[in-house]
Every structure is written in C-alpha cells, then in structure tokens.
Design a protein around this ligand. Structure first.
Ligand SMILES: [Zn+2]
Length: 190
C-alpha cells in the first residue's frame, strides 16, 4: 500500500489514496489489508484505535464510499460549486455512527479530568474520525484545492501549500508543460 502521503488532514489523506502515476489512475485502497495499512500510516492523526482488529470487505466498502463522497464534496468546494446532497449525507452518516461525549473522570483526591468517550470504536470510530475531519475542513473555511499540474488528481490545503500544486515535483512538471506549450505557440502552426 503506497500512496502520496502529504501530511494533510485525515480526510484528504484518504481522498489522496486515489492518485495518478504517469498519467494512469491508481487506487491504493483495494483490499482490506490496504485499509489496515492506511490506518497504520495515519494512526498519529487518530484518537480512536482499531488496533488488533482486521478490517472486512464491508469495512473497506464503507471507507471507499466515504472517500467517493468526500472527493465529490472537496471537488465542489474547490470549484466553488454546490454539493451533491447524497455526498453530504454519506459524510454525516459516518460521523453520526460514532457519537462522542464528555466524561468526568474524578474520584478520591485526584484532579478532575475530562475524557472524550465514543460509543463506537474499531473501524466505525476511524470512519467517523475521517468524516469529522472532512466536516472540519469544509465548514472551517479551510481552502481545499485540487492540484493543477497536468494529470494530477491530488487535493491539498492552501495552508500547507501556497501554490497551485500539491508538491514541488508537480510544480516542476506544470512549469515544463507550460514552457513547451508557449514554445509551440511561438513556433506557430506547423
Ligand atoms: Zn500534483
């Protein structure tokens, strides 16, 4: 399981498991083992654990569904368009499947502590964390953008990259492509 991990918020890290290599579409999330590897790679962003559990085909299906919905929503946000209501519902359903609540942990002489508890853990908890990440990005006014380099389909945030490209490599490819198209125009029609 390899994909261009850019250190982005969880939701975009899932969306970016669909990428392009040499102009060919690739999908790094094809088997339950791929899903397990993705969760492992992004565990530092998760406050819920699926440790010791093995994802099923059904879990994989739910993550792929959420990924598709988020790709639609981030695409709409990047283009300044309207969302598909089914995509909004998919994200909300995933979030609602693992409600969270505050829990007061205080007994004896210890200092009172607040703990955030969830009624679901395992993969429903991870799926909900991804959905919450998407909600935070979309509703938090974070500018999400799709890479403008030819053939690249990755999303990133304006905060993490200031330019139109997801990476320096894509920036270079875009500059080279622009140079050649300008060169071609200067040469005129053959
Ligand atoms: Zn790119």
């Amino acid at each position: 399981m390899e994909y261009p991990q850019l250190g982005l918020p969880l939701a975009l890290e899932l969306v970016n498991t669909q990428f392009a290599l040499g102009g060919q579409p690739r999908d790094a999330l094809q088997t339950p083992l791929d899903l397990q590897a993705w969760i492992e790679l992004n565990s530092h962003q998760l406050d819920t654990s699926s440790h010791g559990l093995e994802p099923t085909e059904g879990d994989l299906e739910r993550f792929r569904e959420l990924r598709l919905a988020m790709r639609g929503l981030f695409g709409a946000a990047a283009a300044g368009g309207s969302p598909n209501t089914a995509d909004v519902r998919t994200v909300n359903d995933a979030s609602a499947a693992a409600p969270r609540f505050e829990w007061l942990d205080w007994s004896g002489a210890q200092t009172p502590r607040a703990q955030t508890m969830s009624v679901a853990d395992g993969f429903a908890g991870v799926l909900a964390a991804v959905a919450r990440s998407a909600i935070g990005l979309l509703a938090g006014g974070i500018q999400v953008q799709q890479c403008q380099a030819p053939g690249c389909v990755l999303f990133f945030t304006r905060e993490t990259r200031r330019r139109q490209w997801c990476s320096a490599a894509c920036g270079n490819r875009a500059r080279v492509a622009r140079h050649y198209s300008r060169h071609k125009r200067q040469m005129g029609p053959a």
